[in-house]
Design a protein around this ligand. Structure first.
Ligand SMILES: Cc1ncc(COP(=O)(O)O)c(C=O)c1O
Length: 437
């Protein structure tokens, strides 16, 4: 059956609120490539939204899933336990920042893990408040959604959202709301945070700050190291917990295992998901033992959380991150993508900013000669890239950013091929002949 027929069938049964970027249906994937039902191949620089860091259908991951499924699919760890929950928890304790004792909770999705981090922070501190930051994204469930900055389309019509969730400004060099110089902007932002806590929110109402060290959906905006260190100091001073959302930036994407390691900050709770399960639904909250041990027995969890098959995949993902030297590869592919993006930025005045960290590289589109976001041009480039056989996804509060999320293990040839296709797409949309006056 062809893509069009599938599309017609989809329209009749799939919830209208589900958006899909491209009118194709994939039935096979391998490495950096996916193939649709008509046999067209696409280079995939989306990777299931930052999930397939080791490429699609990595043979070791597939084997681990097959073996695990043949042995044990599900019992629910809340009733009858199995060893893998413990062994993968041991490994996460080992590889997450901080030498202190830690405890791990497994759930299924990024948002679900964020919800649990908020619940843990509230129960531990006895305080209700969660502070998130501008351009942050933490998921679509109520708590995570309230902490998310973007309103349209995520929040419209879904209120009332959670009370006691506050959003404070965080640094964004290209769009600095305080108009401060990059060298000392963190001080001004930290003063804002401190003032808001003391004068407006009340420090004894705040359980936790939730941050993304590199904001993903927000458009690959790295938080300056000094800002993260300052937040850590503020948290320590007022007894507030620091929740590190590593769902998109973690597990090697920035060239360090955890993005917060660039700042050498140790969070109280770290949240991981996406790449962790190698494509199966798995997320984790890894927290300081003295916090996690106070949480009432039975008050957190989920039927499927830490499913044995997903944990088997995670075990292999953690092995391969080391065996494939993924951190160095992320730095290398990041350099290649950034260099190319900067060349394009010089060529096309529609590219206002190129930014990111490690392999997180993004291009922000604006009206030439201004910083006015240009969502239409961004969309046109993504569609032109699609016609060139390259899958790309957008980001940013204004949907005017393209973020590159190839596998971290992509071959140099595939990376070069993908960038060439993106170059052609940019040329098609942005070259003087094609840009409308
Ligand atoms: C930083 C961050 N936090 C949370 C989430 C939510 O994860 P999920 O879609 O698995 O619920 C995402 C998803 O894109 C994310 O990028």
């Amino acid at each position: 059956m062809d893509n069009r027929t599938w599309w017609e069938r989809r329209q009749k049964v799939v919830a209208n609120g589900i958006a899909s970027s491209f009118p194709v249906f994939i039935n096979q994937a391998e490495g950096s490539w996916v193939t649709d039902v008509e046999g067209h191949r696409y280079l995939d620089f989306i990777g299931g939204i930052g999930v397939q860091s080791l490429g699609h259908n990595r043979v070791e991951v597939v084997q681990a899933i097959q073996e695990a499924a043949a042995t044990l699919i599900h019992t629910s760890f809340h009733t009858v336990m199995y060893p893998r929950y413990v062994t993968v928890a041991e490994r996460l304790v080992e590889i997450t920042p901080g030498a202190m004792d830690k405890r791990v909770l497994f759930v299924n999705s990024g948002a679900e893990a964020i919800e649990n981090a908020f619940k843990i922070a509230r129960q531990f501190t006895g305080r209700p408040g969660i502070v998130s930051f501008t351009n942050g994204f933490h998921g679509r469930t109520f708590g995570a959604l309230t902490a998310t900055d973007k309103t349209d389309p995520y929040k419209i019509g879904f209120g009332p959202l959670l009370p006691d969730v506050y959003r404070l400004p965080s640094p964004h060099c290209y769009r600095c709301s305080l108009k401060s110089a990059p060298a000392n902007c963190h001080q001004q932002y930290l003063e804002r945070v401190d003032t808001a806590l003391v004068d407006t929110i009340g420090v004894d109402r705040v359980a936790a700050f939730v941050i993304e060290p590199v904001q993903g959906e927000g458009g690959f905006i790295p938080m300056p190291k000094e800002f993260l260190n300052g937040l850590r100091r503020i948290c320590d001073h007022y007894g507030i917990l620091l929740i590190d959302d590593e769902i998109q930036a973690g597990l090697g994407r920035t060239g360090k295992l955890w993005a917060i390691e660039h700042a050498e900050v140790v969070p109280d709770l770290l949240v991981s998901a996406k790449a962790l399960g190698g494509g199966l639904p798995l997320s984790a909250v890894v927290g300081r033992a003295d916090i996690m041990d106070t949480i009432a027995k039975g008050s957190i969890g989920s039927t499927y959380g830490g499913n044995p098959v997903a944990l088997a995949a995670a075990e292999v993902v953690l092995d391969l991150l080391v065996r494939d030297d993924v951190l160095n590869k992320a730095i290398e592919i990041g350099k290649v993508m950034r260099e190319k993006a900067i060349v394009w930025q010089h060529k096309f005045p529609h590219i206002g900013d190129v930014r990111g960290l490690g392999a997180m590289v993004a291009l922000e589109f604006v009206r030439p000669g201004s910083d006015v976001p240009d969502k239409e041009v961004c969309r046109a480039v993504i569609q032109a890239a699609f016609r060139q056989g390259l899958l790309l996804t957008k980001a940013g509060l204004e949907d005017n950013v393209i973020r590159l999320l190839p596998p971290l293990t992509i071959t140099p040839d595939d990376l070069g091929d993908g960038l060439e296709r993106l170059g052609l797409a940019l040329e098609e949309v942005l070259s003087p002949q094609s840009v409308k006056a």
